[in-house]
Design a binder for this molecule. Structure first.
Ligand code: TGC
Ligand code: FAD
Length: 392
């Protein structure tokens, strides 16, 4: 990729809504992304390989569990700081942001929110430092949008339980040290279990051939009579609200993250439109190019204000799952549209790895599907405003 000349758009001076600490956190992560992610990410994406060397830096930047209390190794930060971190990382690459989202919101958060004190102390500091990496197993081959019908299950066997089943499409599974797995007990109640690599009967085959999130490792979780000690069951939650509570945290981060990808596409397209000469003048001088850029910055500005306001509600513990769904859906939708328009502005160069556009666009095809598809989030909004459930 060409040198990273990114400059964040801020058409409405949204920066003035941020505290000095929040701006410092954002700028520090941005500098790290420019130095460590941008120079290598295109090559790793082309090779379909996760850049494992970034784990240490992500941990040092505080990107694993930013809102988890400091006593457990987390950052003890507010939700806007967390959002800004995800924005900056995904500005670099959605796959790298995925790794941070999974580690912080889908692995550390459930252990913190639903785990025993012993589980918190055993796992959280090592996860925060990146010494251990985790993954989150909810989706199954036959149960994606409707996880309540999952068939992965465990049976009581004295001091341990026996776990059987399979999870699919699991980010980080090929290299994770632990997996937070959602499975049904003998009464059909969903519970969370911490499964450790090395437990007999537990395997994590990698999924190959992805055209999207190529710099992120995705795989399965297969449980064949895995004996899991009872002390590895998360004691303080039961039912689907357990995994969905984690998803609320992660979806919130994605709402900021996808906006980062959108801003990168806009920034690149704006610069290209000022530098690329056709018919004797910059293509940015043509009305059709200006229409594209004007619509992009309008959508980015609206989304910036939306995620910032959602962050305030999160900090006050007032954000509803449906509000989070709206923001996740909106940010990914505008990011995909902006990536497609930015690719047009770059002409033929837009399909190459010289520019980040095509990589963002392909990545966003996963982001629009995982953590609840575009249409599932629309139905959540529909249910919230009408009071009528379209799922059942
Ligand atoms: P429903 O009856 O609506 O809810 C069951 C219980 O959960 C509560 N709840 C939530 N709690 C916290 N946060 C949320 N977002 C919540 N949504 C619902 C709800 O109040 C209820 O509680 P209670 O006390 O009454 O039991 O459940 P349902 O079976 O009708 O399902 C509703 C539906 C379809 C919206 C839900 O299943 C859904 O969101 N489906 C989408 C599945 C999904 O998002 N999967 C994501 C897998 S993980 C992933 O993709 C990670 S990618 C990571 C990366 O790489 O970045
Ligand atoms: P399906 O649920 O089969 O949906 C197929 C289509 O049907 C979609 O368009 C959907 O919107 C539509 N549809 C379904 N139900 C309805 C309805 N009621 N009304 C209207 N339309 C409907 N999962 C994890 O647990 N952990 C992970 O770490 C993880 N990482 C992922 C990484 C990647 C790269 C990808 C692609 C997925 C990942 N997932 C993960 C899985 C992801 O959450 C699911 O793919 C997603 O929830 C959708 O499930 P599905 O693919 O089975 O699609």
């Amino acid at each position: 990729m060409a040198t990273d000349r990114y400059q964040q758009p801020d058409y409405y001076q949204v920066d003035e809504l941020l505290t000095d600490e929040q701006k410092l956190i954002r700028d520090t992560v941005r500098a790290w992304v420019k130095k460590e992610v941008s120079p290598i990410i295109e090559e790793y994406a082309q090779r379909a390989e996760f850049p494992k060397q970034l784990i240490k830096g992500l941990a040092e930047q505080g990107c694993f569990g930013p809102t988890i209390p400091v006593e457990y190794g987390g950052g003890g930060l507010d939700h806007i700081s967390y959002g800004l971190m995800m924005q900056e990382i995904e500005r670099g690459d959605s796959g790298v942001r995925s790794t941070a989202s999974v580690q912080g919101s889908l692995v550390m958060y459930p252990i913190y929110a639903y785990g025993s004190e012993a589980q918190r102390k055993k796992y959280l500091p090592k996860l925060a430092s990146g010494e251990w990496m985790g993954c989150f197993g909810l989706t199954e081959p036959d149960h994606g949008s409707n996880p309540s019908d999952m068939i992965t299950n465990f049976k009581d066997a004295g001091d341990h339980v026996v776990l059987n089943g399979a999870k699919m499409w699991i980010s980080n599974s090929p290299f994770a040290d632990i997996a937070v797995v959602w499975a049904k007990d003998e009464a059909g109640v969903i519970k969370g279990l911490i499964v450790e690599r090395g437990m007999k009967g537990f395997t994590t085959p990698e999924t190959h051939g992805k055209w999207s999130l190529r710099a992120s490792a995705t795989g399965e979780l297969v449980f064949d009579n895995v004996q899991v000690p009872k002390e590895n069951i998360l004691p303080n939650v039961k039912g689907l609200k357990g995994p969905l509570g984690c998803l609320s945290k992660a979806r919130y981060g994605i709402a900021w993250g996808a906006l980062g990808a959108a801003m990168d596409c806009y920034d690149s397209a704006l610069r290209y439109s000022q530098e690329r000469i056709q018919f004797g003048r910059p293509i940015g001088g043509f009305q059709l190019t200006q229409k594209k850029l004007a619509e992009m910055i309008t959508e980015i500005t609206k989304a910036q204000l939306l995620v910032w306001r959602l962050g305030v509600l999160m900090n006050e513990d007032r954000a509803t799952p449906a509000q989070i769904s709206m923001a996740k859906r909106n940010s990914v939708e505008i990011a995909l549209n902006i990536a497609r328009e930015a690719r047009q502005i770059h002409g033929g160069m837009g399909i190459t790895g010289e520019y980040p556009i095509m990589r963002h666009m392909m990545n966003l095809e996963s982001v629009v599907t995982y953590e609840g598809t575009h249409d599932i989030h629309l139905l959540i909004t529909g249910m919230d405003v009408t009071g009528l459930n379209a799922f059942k």
